[in-house]
Design a protein around this ligand. Structure first.
Ligand code: UTP
Length: 274
């Protein structure tokens, strides 16, 4: 059983400055719900109820969001507005939250290693909340991945086909197809030039990782951009054992970029609020 999920949220969100100068990128709303809440809802629906945020300076708003606001609760008690808090109240009832600071931004691999103390020796999910994943029929992406984990018991990365001109922004896999939409990874490259990319299957912000990844990350030197890359650690794990790449069902929006954020906003407004 996987019950733990890491949310690395320590990044600066520079692409959204000045909005992210004093507000975490993950608190930017898609219509009326912060990005991070969509991510936690997805984790919860996959049964991942023990949530750990790897935070940094200036991220306190995330802690406050997943906590009771007594003044607000008191103010709206008995008014028709209480229902606006139903979703977040449900999450707070079902999930536990812990927070660990990543003191220096040394990359996603390093952020994941920072979460080791709360994860311990068990497999866990990782959600990058700025990749917003919307289920279109059936389960959310994390629930789909948990199901696969139960079958294969190894690390799994979610992948999506992206246009070659965008491939330099992603970790990219090469693999042997096991069945439709599922690959055993043979190679991974972080942020390749289009001519060096082994495929157009890009890794997006959903992972299930087995705990041996921590020792591998500890021994992984900085890679692309001078950061400790989770892709490099996963490559080692794939060489020594097994890593699966899964073409998930659903729709993903890159909300770390302004274009993706606007696209997600329009989509969610049309589908959930109109
Ligand atoms: P990004 O590089 O996309 O996020 O990292 P960013 O740095 O916040 O955004 P820009 O590029 O400056 O606009 C992907 C995810 O990994 C987390 C980020 O918070 C984001 O969710 N991350 C990245 C960390 O938690 N720590 C790090 O050292 C690096």
């Amino acid at each position: 059983m996987i019950t733990k999920c890491l949310f690395p949220v320590a990044g600066y969100g520079t692409r959204f400055l000045p909005a992210t100068k004093s507000m975490p990128k993950e608190m930017l709303p898609i219509v009326n719900k912060p990005l991070v809440q969509y991510g936690v809802e997805e984790a919860l629906s996959a049964g991942l109820t023990e949530v750990t945020f790897v935070t940094g300076r200036g991220k306190r708003a995330i802690e406050d969001h997943f906590d009771i606001s007594y003044e607000l609760e008191h103010q709206i008690e008995g008014t028709g507005k209480e229902m606006y808090l139903d979703g977040i109240r449900h999450i707070m009832q079902e999930c536990s939250f812990s927070y660990i600071r990543q003191r220096e931004m040394k990359g996603l691999g390093h952020a994941i290693l920072t979460g080791e103390k709360t994860i311990g020796n068990e497999a866990f999910g990782v959600v990058l909340a700025d990749d917003l994943c919307i289920e279109q029929e059936g389960d959310g992406v994390m629930a789909q991945m948990v199901r696969l984990y139960k079958q294969f018991r190894c690390s799994i990365v979610a992948i999506e086909e992206v246009p070659m001109e965008e491939i330099h922004r992603y970790g990219v896999i090469e693999g042997e197809q096991i069945k439709d939409g599922l690959f055993q990874v043979t190679r991974m490259v972080e942020k390749p030039k289009p001519e060096d990319a082994p495929s157009n299957y890009a890794i997006i912000g959903r992972y299930i990782l087995t705990p041996d990844i921590f020792d591998i990350i500890r021994n992984t030197p900085p890679g692309a951009n001078g950061e400790i890359q989770i892709t490099d650690a996963l490559m080692k794990q794939a060489q020594d054992g097994c890593v699966m790449a899964y073409r998930f069902k659903g729709r993903r929006f890159d909300c770390g970029s302004v274009d993706g954020f606007i696209e997600a906003t329009n989509y969610c407004y049309d589908h959930f609020y109109k």
